[in-house]
Design a binder for this molecule. Sequence first.
Ligand SMILES: NC(=O)c1ccc[n+]([C@@H]2O[C@H](COP(=O)([O-])OP(=O)(O)OC[C@H]3O[C@@H](n4cnc5c(N)ncnc54)[C@H](O)[C@@H]3O)[C@@H](O)[C@H]2O)c1
Length: 483
Amino acid sequence: MKLTVFGIGYVGLVQAAVLAEVGHDVLCVDVDANKVERLNQGYIPIYEPGLENLVKENHAAGRIRFTTDAVAGVKHGEIQMIAVGTPPGEDGSADLKYVLAVAETIGREMEGPKIVVGKSTVPVGTCEKIKIRIAETLKARGREDLAFDVASNPEFLKEGSAVADCMKPDRIIVGTGSPKTEAVMRELYAPFNRNHQKMIVMDVRSAEFTKYAANCMLATKISFMNEMANLAEELGADIEEVRKGIGSDPRIGYHFIYPGLGYGGSCFPKDVRALIKTAEGVKFDARLLRAVEERNNEQKSVLFQKVERRFKGDLKGRTFALWGLAFKPNTDDMREAPSRPLMEALWKAGAKVQAYDPEAMQECQTIYGLRDDLMLCGTKEAALRRRVADRDRMEEFWRAVLRRDEGSLDRAAHLRRPQSLRPEGRRQARLRVSQHRQATGPGLGCVDKCRVRSEPVFICNFAEIDGVDLKPRWPASKAWLLQ
Ligand SMILES: NC(=O)c1ccc[n+]([C@@H]2O[C@H](COP(=O)([O-])OP(=O)(O)OC[C@H]3O[C@@H](n4cnc5c(N)ncnc54)[C@H](O)[C@@H]3O)[C@@H](O)[C@H]2O)c1
């Protein structure tokens, strides 16, 4: 089938590549000329496991192409898929300007029947708005004779496993009231339904709402667990044991009950906020969702508060090692990542950060640029090593050596060699890493490619070095301390 995808972001690019892989003829349109040019040269702008090969192979086979030419895009596909961003507006509601801009382009350029598919996460009623925008544009052209329909087809992929999720979706939600549109969508997704029927067809508004309800449910699980973790710490209970205890109940399950530093990324925070706003629009007080968001916002400062308490507020000149920058493993996405408020708070307090992440270093550099208090390290071990930045303390050490000043020597002794993880620390880290292997959403990512089955893993992570213990009962809050 001929398909046009507007927006080559995480969703658009992955879905386009997967649909090309099963044989569809896909033309991708984006307003970002630089991104399009680089894609045409074989450079993949985002990191997702398996994506690079998928795009390159299908590009070479001519099944996926990239352009900025929206006119060609509208001409190409009988299906016009909208996968552009829906960032939060100033009041937290979803900003639909990109979605409606595409709708207008379709209305302006279409010359034959089209099925417009809303793939972006959009508030209930947006497909209706897309319909109105296209109809108005056609009317202005005097082309009301042109037939079109608008369906909702929200995306449920997870960053970090986006290709696998799209190749083997748990479900394909399609919102439409039209049997003809339903038949076209069934044909589009037929290759994914061979084993058993994954497609669930419902009305448009319910499909739009399903996406928000799913993300809000997951965000609620995370905030609930974070609340339990904080409370467990006060009560002297070990949340890790509690997690195992409750996860074993099949009604609760093990997924999404890892405590951490709060959910981040481009979806949960904005979607929870957007649904709160949508609810306000119909004078409904989404009390639970407001609490979920509040808990999440507070959670992002928990680790900094622990660090600050441990050092009695004296963070100036200290260096902290940070493993994990992305909002979760296997991605370079740092949108609303908990690492950001943490680093920013450390910097504000005069501390320095040495960070490592296998995928997100470039993204981190793009966001923060070059700064004296941020050093991005090539390996996770390097992030733990003493640096030139510690020159003052080294000088203090050497001066003490020269003076044979035992007291100062003792104080500065740990600076003599690059500090490394103590064996028991390593063992514990490994244990925690494996416990957190499937962690989702929350926290800082410690992605360790070397030790745990060569599989990148994720852990909320700060650990401790050189005998300085933050005494965390909360497993996600160990800190490796450099000085
Ligand atoms: N990222 C995820 O994990 C995920 C998962 C499910 C659903 N979603 C939803 O899918 C949508 C897209 O998310 P994303 O993360 O892929 O966004 P993104 O920001 O990574 O990509 C959006 C792309 O749209 C392009 N764009 C903007 N206006 C355009 C226009 N008029 N024509 C063509 N291209 C245009 C941008 O240049 C950008 O490349 C959002 O609504 C998001 O909530 C995202």
